[in-house]
Design a protein around this ligand. Structure first.
Ligand code: 2BA
Length: 107
């Protein structure tokens, strides 16, 4: 068994949750925050049999689009110019981690 962590844009989370449920996967949705943009995103925990990992990844890939987001970097201390610098970064489609599950119990 594998545990998939998938970090997705909040705007795609409803579509990901619906598509996973329709395909018969169980998932847990966590409200998370990206460390770089410090903006809200959504992390799904999905426990699946090994042979279904690619099915889950296909669903997530289908539902998640990449977007450009602007982050305003805080001014550097000691720098005389305190104006913030907006930086555009490309976010997503999704960041996916697949890990082995040593033991799974539903009690
Ligand atoms: P954030 O950390 O808010 O990052 C948003 C986007 O900012 C990233 O998009 C990337 O394009 C850019 N970015 C992140 N760190 C950067 C840095 N040190 N310098 C320059 N640009 C940087 P994605 O790569 O698509 O990541 C989207 C979200 O997925 C991240 O939001 C974070 O919540 C999660 N994530 C991405 N990589 C991760 C990792 N290795 N471990 C844990 N979470 C990760």
């Amino acid at each position: 068994m594998k545990l998939i962590f998938a970090v997705v844009n909040n705007d795609d989370s409803t579509s990901v949750a619906g598509a996973l449920t329709r395909a018969g996967f169980s998932a847990t949705k966590l409200a998370t925050t990206g460390g770089f943009l410090r903006a809200g995103n959504t992390t799904f925990l999905i426990g699946v049999d090994d042979h279904r990992v690619n099915d889950v990844i296909d669903i997530i890939a289908h539902c998640c689009k990449s977007r450009n987001q602007t982050v305003t970097e805080p001014p550097v201390y000691g720098n005389q110019d305190f104006s913030s610098i907006p930086v555009e970064v490309s976010v997503g489609g999704a960041t996916v981690f697949v890990t082995n599950v040593e033991r799974f119990e539903k009690l």
